[in-house]
Design a protein around this ligand. Structure first.
Ligand code: ADP
Length: 399
C-alpha cells in the first residue's frame, strides 16, 4: 500500500487528491485558491467534512508546505514519508510526450519549453512541479499530459491544410486535449462492455465548460475536435469552437481590436455565453430555455447540433461505432443535451431509452438492449488516471 498525490496546478490555484494505491481509494482532496492574492483559501476534506482556512498564500511553494503540514496535522497521514509518489497534470506535451513521464531535470525543462504552445497553462503546471520538488525532493514525480493520448492520431488527422513547412518549422498541428479523460472513459467502457479495448470503435464526448469529442479505435485516439489550442471544434461554454478564420481580421477591423483582443473574445465571450447573451453555464441556459427564452434555446441547439454532427463524422471515419460515451459536467448530468445529441442517429444504429437517459452523474447504459450501438454515461476521473500512471511509471509492484 502506498499514498500517491495527484496535483493539478493552475496559475493561482492548486487542486490535490490523495490516493491509497493500489486500492484507488481517495483519502482526501481539496484545493488552494487565490494563490498570490490576499485572503487565499485552502480547502480540504477531512473524514468527509470540508475544512476551510483563509490566509495569505504568496506562492505555490507556500501552498505545498501548508498542504503537507495540514495532512499531518489533521492526521490524514502520520508522516510525509508515507507519500511515495506525486502525479502532476500538465496541459501540453507537444510531440515530445506520447505517454506520461517521470519528471527529471530534462523533462521539467521540456515542459517549460512547451510553454510556447500553452502559455497560460504549462508555466503554472511547471510552478506546481517545482514547488513539490523543493519540499519533497526525494519523492518520485510523474507528469501526465492532456495531449499525450492524442499522439496516436494519423498525420491526415493532425495536419492542417497549410503549407507543410509550417508544421515542420513551427509545430503547427492539431494536438488535442482532455486526453486523460478520453483515455479513462475508453478503458472503462471496454470493462463495461466486457470486450477488449483493441476491438472497439468508441466516440467519447467530454462535455464540460471546455468540450471535445474523440474517435478512439482499438484504444487509440485517431481524431479529436480540439486542435492546436483548445479553441477548435465544438461550441463550448465561452469558446466559439471552429469558425471561418477570415473572420479574425474582419473582426479586428470592425471592432478596432488587436488579434489578442479578438482571441480573447473567441475564448471568453463566445460559445453558449455569446449566443445566449447571459450565461456560459448550461444549468442557467436550460432553465431559461424551459421558460421560452429563444436565445437560450438557440445556444442549446448550437451546442448539441455540433456534437451530433461530429458523432456522425467520426462514425463515418471508423466505418461504424460500438459505443458513444458521455462524460464531464454536461455529459454526465444533462439528460436534455444527451437527448438532443442522440435524436436522429437511428440511421447508424443508435436506439436509446428516454427513461434510462433521465439520470444525473451515474455510470449507466442508456441505449435499448437491442441497440447495435451502445450509449454509456461514464463519470470521468482524471485524478485516478494520474495516480495509476505514477504507480505504473515508478514501477511500484504490489504483493
Ligand atoms: P470544466 O471542468 O470544463 O470546468 P465541468 O466538467 O465541471 O467543466 O462542467 C461544467 C458544466 O457542466 C457547466 O456548464 C454546468 O452547467 C454543467 N452541469 C453541471 N451540473 C449540471 C446539471 N445538473 N445539469 C446540467 N448541466 C450541468
Amino acid at each position: 500500500m502506498s499514498k500517491i498525490i495527484a496535483i493539478n496546478a493552475g496559475s493561482s490555484s492548486l487542486k490535490f487528491q490523495l490516493f491509497e494505491m493500489p486500492e484507488e481509494k481517495v483519502i482526501t482532496k481539496g484545493i488552494v485558491e487565490r494563490i498570490g492574492l490576499p485572503d487565499s483559501i485552502f480547502s480540504i476534506t477531512v473524514d468527509g467534512e470540508k475544512k476551510k482556512i483563509v490566509t495569505d498564500i504568496p506562492d505555490h511553494s507556500v501552498a505545498v508546505n501548508l498542504l503537507l503540514e495540514k495532512l499531518t496535522e489533521y492526521k490524514i497521514i502520520n508522516s510525509l514519508e508515507e507519500i511515495e509518489g506525486i502525479g502532476h497534470r500538465v496541459v501540453h506535451g507537444g510531440e515530445i510526450f506520447t505517454d506520461s513521464a517521470v519528471i527529471t531535470d530534462e523533462v521539467l525543462a521540456q515542459i517549460e519549453q512547451l510553454s510556447e504552445l500553452a502559455p497560460l497553462h504549462n508555466p503554472a503546471n511547471a510552478t506546481g512541479i517545482k514547488a513539490f520538488r523543493e519540499v519533497l525532493p526525494n519523492v518520485p514525480a510523474v507528469a501526465v499530459f492532456d495531449t499525450a493520448f492524442h499522439q496516436t492520431m494519423p498525420e491526415s488527422s493532425y495536419l492542417y491544410s497549410l503549407p507543410y513547412d509550417y508544421y515542420k518549422e513551427y509545430g503547427i498541428r492539431k494536438y488535442g486535449f482532455h486526453g486523460t479523460s478520453h483515455k479513462y472513459v475508453s478503458e472503462r467502457a471496454a470493462e463495461l462492455l466486457k470486450r477488449p479495448l483493441e476491438q472497439l470503435r468508441l466516440i467519447s464526448c467530454h462535455l464540460g465548460n471546455g468540450a471535445s469529442i474523440t474517435a478512439i479505435e482499438g484504444g487509440k485516439s485517431i481524431d479529436t475536435t480540439m486542435g492546436f489550442t483548445p479553441l477548435e471544434g465544438l461550441t463550448m461554454g465561452t469558446r466559439s469552437g471552429s469558425l471561418d478564420p477570415a473572420l479574425i481580421p474582419y473582426l479586428m477591423e470592425k471592432t478596432n481590436s488587436t488579434a489578442d483582443e479578438v482571441l480573447e473574445i473567441l475564448n471568453k465571450k463566445s460559445g453558449m455565453l455569446g449566443v445566449s447573451g447571459f450565461s456560459s453555464d448550461l444549468r442557467d441556459i436550460e432553465d431559461e430555455a424551459a421558460k421560452g427564452n429563444a436565445r437560450a434555446e438557440l445556444a442549446l441547439s448550437k451546442f448539441s447540433d455540433g456534437i451530433h454532427k461530429y458523432i456522425g463524422s467520426y462514425a463515418a471515419k471508423m466505418n461504424g461505432v460500438d459505443a458513444i460515451i458521455f462524460t464531464a459536467g454536461i455529459g454526465e448530468n444533462s439528460a436534455e443535451i444527451r437527448a438532443r445529441v442522440l435524436r436522429g442517429l437511428e440511421f447508424m444504429g443508435v436506439y436509446w431509452d428516454q427513461e434510462a437517459n433521465n439520470v444525473r452523474g451515474e455510470e449507466k447504459f442508456v441505449n435499448h438492449p437491442y441497440s447495435p450501438v451502445k450509449v454509456i454515461i461514464i463519470p470521468t476521473d482524471e485524478e485516478v488516471m494520474i495516480a495509476r500512471d505514477v504507480v505504473r511509471l515508478t514501477n511500484k509492484v504490489y504483493a
